[in-house]
Every structure is written in C-alpha cells, then in structure tokens.
Ligand binder design. Structure first.
Ligand code: 6GU
Length: 254
C-alpha cells in the first residue's frame, strides 16, 4: 500500500515511522509512505497557507489552493509516484469525521493507495471538504491540535492489517476488537513471579482446552469492560451459554 500524507508539519512523522513494525514494513516494501509539506504548494513570496475566516471569529483557516495543488500534484504520473485514480480516497483527519474503529481500518486496508490530509488550526476551507475530500475520519471524541497524530494512528492500524506486515500469517486475527471482543490475559515466563503463578491450563499443553479458556476469558473481559460490544459480536451457542453463566454469577453477587 502507498500512503501520501499532506501536512504543514512533515517533521512530526519520522520518529514514529522509523521504528519497530512500521519501519520494517517500509523497509520491506509492504508499505510506502510519502509525507508532503502543504506549504511547498503555496504560491506567493510568503507561501501563505492559512488566513482568518470570512465573517470574523477567532483562529485561522487553511486556504484551499495549496491543498488542491498538493493533491493534484499526486495525480501527475512520475516514475516514483503512481497515478492517483478516482478511486483513491482523499481522507481529511478531523474531529468531525466518522469514528475510526477496526471495521473502518479493514475497509481502508482494502485500498492500494490512501491520501491523508492533516487539518490544523480552526479547520480547512469548506470547499476542500466539498470538492476534494472523499472521506473524513476522527480518532475519538476529543480535540487534537492537528490531524498529524490521527494520521499516524490511521497508518498504524491499517499497516498491521496488510498481509505480511505482522510476522505470522493472521497475527492480527486474535487482536482485541478483531472478533468484536476484547482479548483475554496473556502470560509469559517466569511461571511464578513474586508468588503469582500462570494459570495451570496454559501450561497443560492441551490445545483445545487452551482455546476454550482463552475464548471464555475474552468473553469475561468484554462482559466486564465493554458489554456494548456484544451488540455486534459474532457469538456461537457455546459463547452464549458461557454468557448465561456470567450473568448468573453477577446476579449471585448482587
Ligand atoms: Cl482526526 N483531528 C483533530 N484535530 N482532533 C481530533 C481528531 C482529528 N480525531 C480526534 N480528535
């Protein structure tokens, strides 16, 4: 997958992209990322990218021309950059966007190219929204100083869904939220730490029992922390039976 990121602060990305799994994904070619400075596409002596809002009020608004020019520069075919087709999403990162979740991440991972536009200040000129942007994404109900962190979050969640980026095939399948449930607990060595011992079943070598235990732990954790996830979780009859046990447990405790 290729991702073009448009930002007024391109220097914000290198530390995160140049470490760990994303670094490896970039090195091995599963992922290609180009960060573009919107200011490079601003014309005039001062390369102005923002101006006060029409009608007054505080803050500054990103001007449309440099943003249109930056996106349109990606449509030019060069040996380095492929053509941006009409199907390539142009995604504005904004707290007004649809909320990012694992399903949205899977949808984005289905594209071979993404353009991420990082908003700043009070926002972007509405004509960018209406005539350039094809999707708007928020990473949560709080306000960041700009879309850069949100763009990194999008890149991270999408990259780990690209086949080959995580070591083992299907390594993302057991993640929290991948099945619509939270994950249960994990343990590693030592077997006993400060008197706290790893659950016996995990050391039993009994694969089917381990699988069942993990499923029940995931159901229990989801029940305790995020019960609303059951509204859309994929459950079988065995899961439902275990949830009845949890419900009875709860009734007995109250
Ligand atoms: Cl995408 N941008 C900004 N500025 N704030 C946010 C956000 C995005 N998502 C949540 N808060």
């Amino acid at each position: 997958m290729r991702v073009d990121i448009l930002s007024l602060f391109p220097e914000m990305f290198s530390a995160y992209l140049n470490a760990s799994i994303l670094h490896r994904a970039l090195e091995s070619g599963f992922l290609q990322i180009k960060v573009h400075n919107i200011r490079d596409f601003a014309t005039g002596k001062h390369h102005i990218t923002d101006e006060p809002p029409y009608g007054g009020g505080g803050g500054m608004i990103l001007k449309p021309e440099p943003i249109f020019a930056a996106v349109e520069s990606l449509r030019v075919q060069t040996p380095d950059m492929g053509q941006v087709g009409a199907q390539t999403p142009v995604i504005l990162l904004t707290p007004q966007g649809r909320l990012l979740n694992q399903a949205v991440a899977r949808e984005l991972a289905g594209h071979d190219r993404l353009i991420l536009l990082c908003g700043r200040y009070e926002g972007v000129d509405e004509r960018v929204r209406q005539h350039l942007v094809t999707d708007e994404i928020s990473i949560g109900d709080y306000v960041l100083t700009g879309g850069e962190l949100a763009a990194l979050v999008v890149v991270d969640v999408v990259a780990r869904l690209i086949p080959g980026v995580l070591g083992a095939e299907g390594a993302a399948d057991g993640d929290s939220h991948a099945q619509g449930l939270l994950e249960g607990p994990h343990y590693t060595r030592p077997e006993t730490f400060r008197g706290w011992t790893v659950p016996e079943v995990l050391r039993s070598g009994h694969a089917a029992k381990i699988l069942r235990w993990r499923r029940e732990q995931a159901l229990r954790r989801t029940w305790e922390r995020r019960p609303e996830l059951f509204l859309s979780a994929d459950l079988d009859e065995e899961d439902r039976q275990f949830l009845r046990v949890l419900a009875e447990e709860q009734v007995r405790r109250t």
